[in-house]
Design a binder for this molecule. Structure first.
Ligand code: ATP
Ligand code: MG
Length: 433
């Protein structure tokens, strides 16, 4: 067929007259006289009706069509209240492009089998909606940083240092050498670059050997990170809040249909763009947990999932928890000059129990403190010489943060698990297909 094909959503917008569409069979049912095919493409679904008497020669093939066969259809579109999207195409021509075997996806598959067939499950309406929102979110992150004059910059993925703790480090074989790891973060390779570019960001995969099974940890996730020269702690909080607001606003503007398909209650997202985020120190968070939830956390212990979730249930916007105890945070975070037990670090906790979406800090400027922290965590400062040079040649106040893109997707889409926020999730027990 040498027709001009349009998307299903464009055909619905046209709403009458002749249209040519193409896609895959989403549902099919037939009788002696008719075949009803619901066709899907990336834009929408539409019901097409084929009359046997019009397709005498092709009927045998049409009758045998199965779900996911690919087709081109030309016909007349008209409103039909009974059809799934309110319109129906009465087919005049059909071209069968690719037949389909019996499609091995159905409602009864357990999580394991659905994981094995992930490549096919991507075609579902749910995954299609999530992947579109994912695309909006990646776009929104680039847009935000570029609008604010950040340069996009890339760190290596093979790295010779660790940054976020040895327990989640992936070692990789490297021509018989030891001490080569997959990136947990770009940070130690980003800080040297702010002396060149001052304001930088990236969106890149980070790797964490997470040994626990949770609904919010992947072993490979996409990490949006930023680093800014001449910045203090307040600047980092400001950028984090603005970025999240920008992302949520963009999705609410551009993905109404997808949020509807996912049955997401958008009322729960609206406060995020309209209200200021809640801010409290770690010590205040402990006090609140004690008073409001009768949870007694010893000062100096990191907040666990249950505590983060309890706090998040008290507010309808993200919470910025600041001034964490030094002992629970990374070696590069700046010690508070008034209270040496705490650092200028922040975690942004998403609403509705979606956990930490941003971790950030002002960076320590005192090279001796950094060396001491490295030694305390069992590292040899000699391996970090390139990093320590950032504090030797024109050191400046600076800071940055990392946002877990799948955490944000899971929250905005209201997903049960982070695994659905990425096309092919990787966890301790899943690396195939
Ligand atoms: P958590 O305590 O939840 O494990 P973290 O403190 O290890 O997080 P950071 O090292 O601060 O996290 O990483 C920055 C951001 O990356 C986090 O705020 C989170 O949004 C995201 N993130 C961290 N680990 C993972 C993971 N395994 N899977 C998906 N996202 C992650
Ligand atoms: Mg972690």
């Amino acid at each position: 067929m040498s027709e001009k094909f349009i998307s299903i959503s464009e055909a619905i917008k046209q709403n009458k007259g002749k249209v040519a569409i193409r896609g895959w069979i989403y549902r099919e049912r037939g009788s002696n006289e008719f075949k009803f095919l619901v066709i899907r493409d990336s834009s929408d679904i539409i019901q097409c009706v084929l009359k046997k008497e019009k397709f005498k020669k092709q009927w045998e093939d049409i009758d045998k069509l199965q779900i996911e066969a690919s087709l081109e259809i030309i016909g007349q579109i008209k409103e039909d209240k009974r059809a799934p999207t309110g319109y129906e195409i009465s087919a005049e021509k059909i071209n069968i492009v690719g037949l389909s075997e019996s499609f091995p996806i159905n409602k009864d598959l357990n999580e394991e089998l659905l994981g094995d067939r992930r490549h096919l499950w991507l075609r579902s309406r749910k995954m299609t909606a999530i992947l579109k929102i994912r695309s909006t979110i990646f776009g929104a992150i680039h847009e935000y940083f570029r609008k604010n004059n950040f340069y996009e910059y890339q760190s290596p993925i093979f790295q010779s240092v660790q940054c976020e703790g040895g327990s989640t480090l992936f070692s990789v074989p490297y021509f018989g050498q030891k001490g080569v790891f997959l990136a947990q973060t770009w940070q130690l390779y980003a800080e040297p670059a702010i002396f060149s570019l001052e304001k930088i960001y990236t969106i890149a995969p980070s790797f964490r050997a997470e040994k626990s099974k949770t609904s919010r940890h992947l072993t490979e996730y996409w990490h949006a990170e930023m680093e800014v020269a001449w910045a203090n702690f307040e600047d980092i909080l400001f950028y984090g809040e603005e970025l999240i607001k920008h992302i949520v606003k963009k999705v609410l503007d551009e993905n109404k249909e997808e949020l509807k398909i996912l049955e997401r209650d958008v009322k729960k997202l609206e406060p995020v763009i309209n209200k200021k985020f809640v801010r409290m120190t770690y010590t205040e968070a402990l006090k609140l947990l004690k008073e409001k939830a009768n949870m007694n956390i010893e000062w100096g212990k990191d907040l666990r999932t249950i505590e983060e979730d309890k706090l998040s249930s008290m507010f309808d916007v993200p919470i910025m928890i600041t001034n964490y105890p030094k002992i629970v945070k990374a070696f590069y975070m700046k010690e508070d000059s008034k209270d040496k037990k705490v650092v200028h670090g922040v975690d942004f906790i998403a609403p509705e129990g979606y956990g930490e979406i941003i971790g950030g800090s002002e960076r320590e400027s005192d090279i001796e403190k950094i060396k001491k922290n490295l030694i305390e965590m069992g590292e040899d400062p000699a391996n970090y010489e390139f990093y320590l040079d950032t504090r030797k040649y024109g050191s400046i106040p600076h800071g940055g943060f990392g946002l877990g893109v799948e955490r944000v997707i899971a929250w905005i889409c209201g997903l049960d698990t982070i695994k659905d926020a990425i096309p092919f999730p990787r966890t301790m027990t899943r690396w195939k297909p």
